[in-house]
Design a protein around this ligand. Structure first.
Ligand code: SF4
Length: 130
């Protein structure tokens, strides 16, 4: 079985879960939801809604504890795409915040640039800059 543990750095509890799961021959139980859920759980105000700060949290897999928004900055996606991320909707939000096409391309290529949802979304915006 192949399994990719995401994050920069990875979460030590997720690492223990993956090792334990493999030793017991079961599928690792890691979150499929977004960083937004972690913000809500720790009571962090949404940086995008409250301050207009671009944030990849809505499309990024949870696991870090929503560290970056807790320090009033947007998530830059180091845990990679969540399950079925709605990147089109998030990009539309970012555009309404005034983010330019080339900056959208850079955002999706910061971490996990070759993960399919991020790659496809960055290619779409790259086409719109040319
Ligand atoms: S970039 Fe996103 S996923 Fe990575 S630590 Fe910051 S909030 Fe978490």
């Amino acid at each position: 079985m192949n399994f990719e543990l995401r994050g920069c750095p990875i979460n030590k509890y997720q690492l223990l879960e993956v090792v334990s799961a493999f030793l017991h021959g079961r599928k690792p139980n890691t979150p499929a939801h977004s960083v937004c859920v972690e913000c809500k759980r720790r009571g962090t105000v949404c940086v995008m809604v409250a301050h207009g700060t671009p944030c990849l949290g809505p499309v990024t897999q949870a696991g870090c504890g929503a560290i970056c928004p807790a320090y009033h900055r947007g998530c830059y996606g180091c845990f990679g795409p969540k399950e079925t991320p709605n990147t089109a909707s998030l990009s539309a939000w970012w555009s309404r915040l005034g983010v330019k096409e080339q900056d959208l391309v850079r955002a999706y290529r910061g971490f996990n640039a070759f993960a399919e949802p991020f790659r496809k979304e960055s290619e779409l915006h790259e086409q719109q800059t040319s």
